[in-house]
Design a protein around this ligand. Structure first.
Ligand SMILES: C[S@@+](CC[C@H](N)C(=O)[O-])C[C@H]1O[C@@H](n2cnc3c(N)ncnc32)[C@H](O)[C@@H]1O
Length: 251
């Protein structure tokens, strides 16, 4: 799988790619990430990539032409058309990044990711070339790079062999293959920290009781914080009669 990132600040990605459990995926090329700077495709001595907005107003806008030339170079290099490697633009107006969206990308051949800066990108470029838009949430970032990293990170950790423990992402929140519920709380050493003990059941060594406790915690958390996830799990028959008893008791 290959991601081509169009960014004015490729250096922002270097520590991200070299750190943490997902590093292996990037280093081995399992998730192949390449960078393209639109400045390298801009004309003139100043290699200008932005200009003032027509109609006036504050800020600058990323120009269509350097982006189009950059995209052309990527398509030539990838030898794939937009059906195989769509151009995704990170934008506050895009589809909210979610587990289903991450899964879709993690089962794909990759994509071309466009990180905007300044006031954004000339709309004519977006209308002509962009295939999808993704938002990190209802707030405004200074650029799309953090959103691109969020997508890359979430996709990389779903790739086989990337996490130390293969099963660990299976148990994470939002996993539809399991039940789509929120994960349970986690505890580690020491057993007593600032007068706060670890739940006794987790020290019991009793596997079935521990599993039941984790399930109950996950159900209660989801019912309290994200009831719509619980209803979705119900509609897929992933909530058992025992689970319903627990939920009734918690209510
Ligand atoms: C300062 S923002 C532009 C914001 C734009 N004028 C607006 O109000 O919608 C610059 C760039 O950051 C990125 N960006 C900002 N907020 C984002 C978000 N919530 N999700 C994804 N990308 C975002 C986009 O690529 C955007 O073009």
């Amino acid at each position: 799988m290959r991601f081509d990132v169009i960014t004015l600040f490729p250096e922002l990605f270097i520590p991200f790619l070299e750190t943490g459990v997902t590093r292996r995926a990037y280093e081995s090329g399992q998730v192949d990430v390449r960078f393209w700077n639109p400045r390298d495709y801009a004309d003139g001595n100043y290699r200008r990539v932005d200009d003032r907005p027509f109609g006036g107003g504050p800020g600058m806008v990323m120009m269509a032409e350097p982006l189009a030339a950059c995209l052309k170079a990527i398509r030539l290099d990838r030898q794939q058309d937009r059906e195989v490697s769509p151009l995704i633009f990170f934008s506050p107006i895009g589809e909210r990044l979610s587990h289903p969206l991450v899964e879709r990308h993690s089962n794909s051949a990759g994509a071309i990711l466009l990180c905007g800066r300044y006031e954004g990108v000339d709309q004519r470029f977006i209308d002509t070339y962009v295939d999808g838009q993704i938002s990190l949430g209802d707030f405004v970032l200074s650029g799309g790079e953090i959103a691109a990293m969020a997508l890359l990170d979430a996709v990389a950790r779903l790739q086989p062999g990337v996490l130390n423990d293969e099963g660990s992402h299976q148990l994470d929140s939002f996993n539809p293959a399991l039940d789509g519920l929120l994960d349970c709380p986690h505890f580690t050493r020491p057993e007593l920290w600032e007068g706060l003990p670890v739940p006794e059941v987790l020290l019991s060594g009793h596997h079935a009781r521990i599993e039941r406790w984790r399930r109950d915690q996950s159900l209660a958390l989801t019912a309290n914080l994200r009831p719509e996830l619980l209803n979705a799990a119900r509609s897929e028959n992933k909530i058992t009669a025992d689970d319903e008893v627990v939920l009734k008791r918690e209510n």
